[in-house]
Ligand binder design. Structure first.
Ligand SMILES: [Zn+2]
Length: 259
């Protein structure tokens, strides 16, 4: 079986010095491709470097995360916008991400909205999918999105409100879920409700997971087969069928062809 990690942060400091090990673990567990997301200028540069070093395995999502907006200077913002525009046409550059809004930081709300708007316009201009973080802001974001002409939308780690899932799926949005699908009833409910054709697997590493079988371990794409098992269990489907569909979804969503 072949697996994919549609959302990880491989250029995060926590992976510094161990990216080779993490990629080897991924390959050994059957993971054939992953999308490394960015947060700011430094992680955009790091992501691009990793994608160049391991073409066909590491794909790049470039953007500014709502968490890094607080300390973001105008100069850095402009440099990120320029860097992203320069990658136009690069086959490894598959999405604008991770971008979004987070209700936990109301003190920088206006700035978050401004940066998110710039990122969405960029995704629109480049004709690339948008990978969206929407903690506490999903309804607002889903309301905003129709005013942009976006190719594709991925709501990463969707948790709530469940009531909005129908609208998101109707519009063709994709949802990623990860290790929590093995033990969180809320996340399992999302996996159950979203058609398999709109689902993707992720780890969001280096985010850590504190329950078995992940506790005490560095988050790695090697967790993905366990996530696929959980999806298959929830959907009451054959694991291979689930893995194959997710592989197809990854290629359709990011517009890549995996061998
Ligand atoms: Zn993330």
């Amino acid at each position: 079986m072949k697996f994919v990690d549609a959302h990880i942060h491989l250029s995060d400091e926590e992976y510094a010095g161990v990216v080779g090990d993490v990629l080897a673990e991924a390959k050994n567990s059957g993971v054939v491709a992953l999308v490394s997301n960015s947060m700011d200028l430094k992680t955009c540069q790091g992501t691009l470097e990793l994608a160049k070093r391991d073409p066909g395995m590491v794909y790049a999502a470039l953007g500014i995360h709502p968490w890094t907006v607080k300390g973001l200077e105008e100069d850095e913002l402009n440099r990120v916008l320029q860097l992203i525009s320069e990658q136009r046409g690069d086959r490894a550059f598959v999405a604008v991400g991770e971008i979004g809004l987070d209700s936990k930081y109301p003190e920088i709300w206006d700035k978050q909205v401004r940066v998110f708007d710039l990122m969405l316009r960029l995704a629109e201009k480049l004709g690339l999918p948008a990978v969206i973080h929407s903690r506490g802001t999903t309804e607002q974001i889903v309301d905003m999105l129709p005013s942009y002409n976006l190719k594709k939308v991925l709501l990463h780690w969707f948790s709530n409100p469940i009531s909005i899932l129908g609208k998101a799926v109707e519009r063709g949005y994709y949802i990623t879920e990860g290790p929590l699908a093995t033990y969180s009833s809320g996340i399992r409910d999302v996996v159950k409700r979203v058609p398999l054709t709109n689902l993707l697997t992720e780890t969001d590493g280096p985010v850590r997971f504190f329950k078995k079988p992940f506790e005490g371990k560095r988050t790695t794409p090697a967790f993905i087969p366990t996530v696929v098992d959980a999806f298959a269990e929830v959907k009451n489907m054959n694991v291979e069928e689930v893995a194959d569909q997710i592989l197809r979804n990854f290629q359709d969503f990011f517009g890549v062809k995996l061998d």
